[in-house]
Design a protein around this ligand. Structure first.
Ligand SMILES: [Zn+2]
Length: 291
């Protein structure tokens, strides 16, 4: 009997030892599994920030219910505004036509058609050019395009935001100059991307205007991809804008100019009157002297 009881006790002790060692192991398994799941779901998130990755992103086609585009609309818009401001004036001046192979050609922009169907009526009024629905903010209209007019995305287009590294989008997006440390590897990567865009859009053997624009593109965008100081992007300048400030100043000047002349005229008239009076007084004095 005693022997039997002892074996039973030893068995239950063993069991307890097993459960004691199994429970932490189970916890560890569950913990590592949740970590794995969260990391994979994070990596499969759409890349909305956009990176300097030169590879183009395409439409997500696996799931017809989700019309996700792995390309930042906002950064694409910034890239487009940079092209418009700092490249197109020179391209227009040379009367040069960007080929369809050129990544900067508007026909290669994923969002170009949608962006051109934005009607900006007022500060707080944005209208959809396809269905005329209006929105308070541009981001809501963007959302509307994503939800309702996803089929009007240029499916043959490429993500313009992928060229942001070459085109200095970050500089344009942050009004304050960032004091982040320069990364030589990233600068070299962006420079390479920048030069490949120049080669693709302005092949030097295409003629003198292509060669000139190739050189301009390097000076304007690529030279600044370096960690050595002194090189600034957009060194060749951009499109000339008639800003509201200058317009106000010139209108004010035009309005004040007649007032200024009127004051000068009145002052001179008063002065003339004063001298004539003095002359008359002196004449009277001369006449009264001999008597
Ligand atoms: Zn619409």
């Amino acid at each position: 009997m005693g022997k039997k009881r002892r074996t039973v006790i030893s068995y239950t002790n063993n069991d307890r030892r097993i459960t004691h060692s199994v429970i932490p192991f189970m916890y560890f398994l569950v913990f590592s599994w949740t970590l794995l799941v969260s990391s994979t779901s994070a990596s499969s998130q759409p890349n909305l920030q956009g990176t300097d990755d030169p590879g183009s992103r395409t439409l997500k086609q696996e799931d017809p219910q989700v019309h996700e585009v792995h390309c930042s609309r906002e950064r694409s818009r910034v890239a487009w505004s940079i092209i418009e401001e700092y490249l197109m004036p020179f391209v227009e001046r040379e009367n040069y036509h960007l080929s369809s192979q050129c990544r900067l050609n508007s026909s290669n922009d994923l969002f170009r058609d949608q962006e051109e169907h934005k009607i900006h009526h007022d500060v707080n009024e944005w209208r959809c050019g396809y269905c005329k629905k209006s929105f308070y903010a541009e981001k809501h209209l963007d959302q509307h395009f994503d939800n309702r007019h996803y089929n009007l995305i240029n499916s043959n287009g490429k993500c313009l935001a992928d060229l942001c590294g070459a085109l200095h989008c970050d500089l344009k997006m942050d009004s304050k100059s960032r004091k982040s440390k320069c990364n030589p590897a990233a600068a070299a990567r962006n420079r390479h991307l920048c030069e490949s865009v120049a080669d693709g859009c302005f092949p030097v053997n295409y003629g003198p205007s292509a060669a000139r624009l190739h050189d301009l593109f390097l000076r304007q965008f690529c030279d600044a991809h370096t960690c050595s100081r002194g090189k600034k992007p957009f060194s060749k300048g951009g499109r000339k804008h008639t800003s509201v400030f200058y317009l106000a100043i010139s209108i004010l000047t035009l309005m004040l100019l007649p007032v200024f002349y009127l004051i000068v005229y009145l002052y001179q008239r008063e002065m003339r009157k004063g001298t004539q009076e003095l002359k008359r007084i002196s004449k009277i004095g001369q006449k009264t002297k001999p008597s």
